[in-house]
Write a protein that binds this ligand. Structure first.
Ligand code: SF4
Length: 198
């Protein structure tokens, strides 16, 4: 599959993340962002799913460290942050260990691997949320009820790509079926949303 890396010149600062999240992030990522702001913590699965996504939209290592430090140190001191999480974050940027350039997870990987347990916030809401949970996420996302029903129906028959593509379309007032190809990667969702906004 296609790998999504920050395009030349594409970058984002930590101060732009909330606004980007509400405008351009797919539900799997805006959900983690809300969880982080509310709980000032992310467990391992979410740190990885979200950290690699943010890296691919152009958040630099320094910005990522500052972003997570500012949240996490509302609950733990900065020494503990550096020890427990600093390595992890640098590792995602290929600065530790084997120095591998890790790429962001595709939808298939998010849907098939490492399913979230009840107190995790990673995964794909179309796949991993209960029907009521998904309904309330979509409602608070201001999706019209006819589309909510349709996304739930698609999720029930495992057509998560179609549900997510419909979410992309109706969230920006596009016609249903207007996306030329289905969403198969969170960073594809983001890139297309940014492009659509001009
Ligand atoms: Fe995220 Fe992909 Fe699920 Fe959409 S289908 S919410 S981009 S994992």
């Amino acid at each position: 599959g296609k790998e999504f890396n920050a395009a030349e010149g594409q970058s984002i600062t930590r101060h732009q993340i909330d606004s980007a999240s509400s405008q351009f992030f797919p539900l799997c990522m805006s959900g983690i962002q809300s969880h982080l702001r509310k709980n000032h913590h992310l467990k391992h699965g979410a740190r990885r799913q979200y950290g690699l996504f943010l890296k691919a939209i152009g958040l630099s290592l320094d910005e990522a460290m500052a972003f997570f430090r500012e949240e996490f140190t509302q609950k733990i001191d900065s020494d503990k942050f550096e020890k427990q999480y600093g390595y992890n974050i640098r590792h995602m940027y290929g600065k530790e260990g084997k120095r591998v350039e890790y790429t962001a997870f595709s939808c298939a990987s998010i849907i098939l691997n490492n399913p979230p347990s009840h107190d995790d916030c990673h995964g794909c809401p179309f796949k991993h949320s209960t029907e009521d949970g998904l309904k309330s996420i979509l409602k608070s996302n201001k999706i019209k009820s006819e589309y909510i029903d349709e996304m739930i129906a698609l999720s029930k028959i495992n057509q998560f790509d179609k549900a997510c593509s419909l979410h992309w379309e109706v969230s920006r007032g596009r016609e249903k079926g207007s996306l030329p190809s289905l969403i198969t990667h969170p960073n594809q969702y983001y890139d297309l949303a940014r492009d659509a906004a001009g």
